[in-house]
Design a binder for this molecule. Structure first.
Ligand code: FE
Length: 200
């Protein structure tokens, strides 16, 4: 096992223990309910977020509702986000959005699963705000100078999801194929949606 994995496993165990103890201490929820919650969280993967993005690309009415009230719109798709306040921010030809949590590691886990280690790093949390373009360049994303980069700082009760722009050359693709172009990183804002050559 690599050092990185060992660290992730310890963090997850620590989080689970802290979560159980807090809930038990407050008498809020049973141990069985905590187990159910954890099992629920392990079902979360970026495929859920990608489904939301692809639907927005195909259904302008859904996209409008998604940008207006992210929580209500994803619930329309049958995705249970359990009361999370979700704010969806749209990338356009003149605006690029980037998500960070400067305080800790708040992340739209309900739609993306567990955050990558770099997202939780002190370096990313500090530099995403201070020098977002340099950070994006390190991820291989160089944006034109006339594109504004907007950084969104997540909090414990509000999470952001980036709605990437639909790539060109995808007119012949269906919604499910388009969803395959939407990576976790694109929904954090450190990448764009992929090229259609990846799914054809
Ligand atoms: Fe946080």
């Amino acid at each position: 096992m690599s050092a990185e994995h060992a660290h992730s496993d310890r963090s997850a165990e620590h989080l689970e223990r802290a979560f159980r103890e807090l809930l038990a201490e407050k008498g809020i929820i049973s141990d069985a309910a905590v187990s159910e919650r954890l099992e629920f969280m392990y079902t979360r993967t970026p495929a859920l977020g990608a489904r939301v993005v692809a639907r927005a690309w195909f259904d302008p009415g859904f996209k409008e509702r998604l940008l207006e009230d992210g929580s209500a719109a994803v619930t329309e798709l049958g995705i249970d986000i359990r009361g999370l306040r979700l704010v969806v921010v749209e990338n356009t030809a003149v605006l690029h959005n980037l998500v960070v949590c400067t305080l800790c590691s708040c992340y739209p886990r309900m739609l993306l699963g567990l955050p990558p280690d770099w997202y939780k790093s002190v370096e990313y949390r500090a530099r995403a705000v201070r020098e977002p373009r340099a950070v994006l360049a390190e991820f291989g994303l160089s944006l034109p100078g006339d594109v504004t980069v907007r950084v969104h700082d997540s909090t414990a009760d509000m999470r952001y999801l980036v709605l990437p722009a639909r790539p060109t050359g995808t007119d012949a693709l269906g919604e499910a194929q388009c969803a395959e172009l939407v990576s976790r990183d694109a929904m954090i804002g450190v990448a764009l949606a992929g090229s259609p050559s990846n799914v054809l």
